[in-house]
Write a protein that binds this ligand. Sequence first.
Ligand code: PXL
Length: 275
Amino acid sequence: MTSPPETVPKPVPTALTIAGSDSSGGAGAQADLKTFLACHVHGMSAITAVTVQNSLGVSGFYELPPQAVAEQIESVVTDIGVGATKTGMLASAAIMAAIAETVDRLGIAPFVVDPVAASQHGDPLLRPDALDALRELIIPRATLVTPNLGEIKLLTGVAVHGTADMRSAAEALLALGAQWALVKGGHLAGAESTDLLTDGTQYLEFTAPRTPTDHTHGSGDTLAAAITAGLARGLDVPAAVAQGKTFIAAAIRGSFPLGAGLGPVGHFWRVAPWP
Ligand code: PXL
């Protein structure tokens, strides 16, 4: 048997994603696990729903029973231990209630919430009646919430048209109970993309040049997963966000076409040189 190289730290940092499966491999739990690997963290998953999708869109999804989601989380937390946890597609209010109960009972933290509502094509990934549960059961437990502009509008009613509106959006998210909010400006226009991170005391801006591409399937999931990996490795929230931004900027530069529709961001840019 081959021994692992001496450079593997012991214990290896661990992270858990509570998310939907994306059959096309670019988003959801698949994006999170690839990102955890590339960020040198052992990734684990609690699947909430199985989507049926390809590069052209999501044609349907099948939810798991809420109890099955809670049991997956409990199984890995109580045996292996989880350094940091993130959520993606949570699908239903009943699944969110089971997650909230499990997070409280097991003291799960840090807890990164990517409040996924729809796919890049606009296909819904959340039952319409689950928005209140996301607001009331999940976001108040978040160490960090990472919505895009569409999700901010849905959750808070605040429409962000430019960087000037980001502060009020962030404050509306903190008012829902999250400790930190990252308002992502990726969907605004301009040569640069700016995100605002705040806990209500510190206001930190992250600006990166915008890469013009349509192939950004899974970009939100990948950013939140890279931040979660940073937290699992012991970084604080601002440092984890800074390294998450570095990871996603390179993954977007490394995005590629796949199928006839929207391709994914490139998760493997840091894993190894292209053979
Ligand atoms: O990128 C958001 C997202 C999250 N989770 C799953 C998805 C998608 C987008 O398609 O399919 C499972």
